[in-house]
Design a protein around this ligand. Structure first.
Ligand SMILES: [Zn+2]
Length: 179
């Protein structure tokens, strides 16, 4: 379930809110129904002074790190790698990913997410950069190119990292890779 529930998943009764958005109660079942955030993963692929971003298919010229929701049975790394492959065409081995940051993603259309971001070097990946599902475009940007263009980060990306600066994001990813 990706949204806080309104009805009991067992009997269909409208739930009472105990503590939004986490805790709900079904009086018919005499039990609580909990809502948990959806886990997500991202990969920052670094090539020297540039970072790989994807253009969000929902908006014009709005970019983000390759990212998405973890699926059942996947580790965080496996899910982040699958999203990277789906959105950019690049593959990478799990042990080539370095933990880089963790974020609470503000709810989008009611969906709360908790995200782990990893960094990797472009040289550790295989494949050719090509935009895939959910991405209109995929390319490496230097901070100067990004600044000089009409491109910007999606609102969700900027709120998630508390920054809409590509330079800051690139520095953070590089610091993680160097440590
Ligand atoms: Zn119930």
């Amino acid at each position: 379930m990706n949204q806080p529930p309104e009805y009991c998943p067992y009997c269909g009764t409208a739930l009472a809110q105990v503590r939004e958005p986490m805790i709900h109660r079904c009086e018919s079942c005499d039990d609580y129904v909990f809502y948990n955030p959806t886990p997500g993963g991202s990969v920052a692929v670094v090539d020297g002074d540039s970072l790989l971003l994807v253009e969000d298919f929902r908006y014009d010229d709005r970019w983000k790190l390759p990212s998405g929701r973890i699926e059942v049975g996947e580790t965080m790394r496996e899910g982040a790698i699958r999203e990277l492959e789906e959105e950019t065409g690049l593959s990478v081995e799990p042990d080539a990913l370095t933990f880089f940051s963790e974020e609470v993603v503000e709810p989008v259309e009611g969906m709360h997410m908790t995200n782990l971001s990893f960094a990797t070097e472009w040289s550790a990946t295989t494949g050719t950069v090509e935009a895939g599902s959910d991405a209109t475009d995929a390319r490496f940007w230097t901070p100067a190119e990004f600044e000089a263009s009409s491109a910007s980060f999606t609102d969700v990306h900027a709120r998630r990292f508390g920054s809409d600066s590509l330079e800051w994001l690139l520095d953070e990813a590089k610091r993680a890779l160097e440590s």
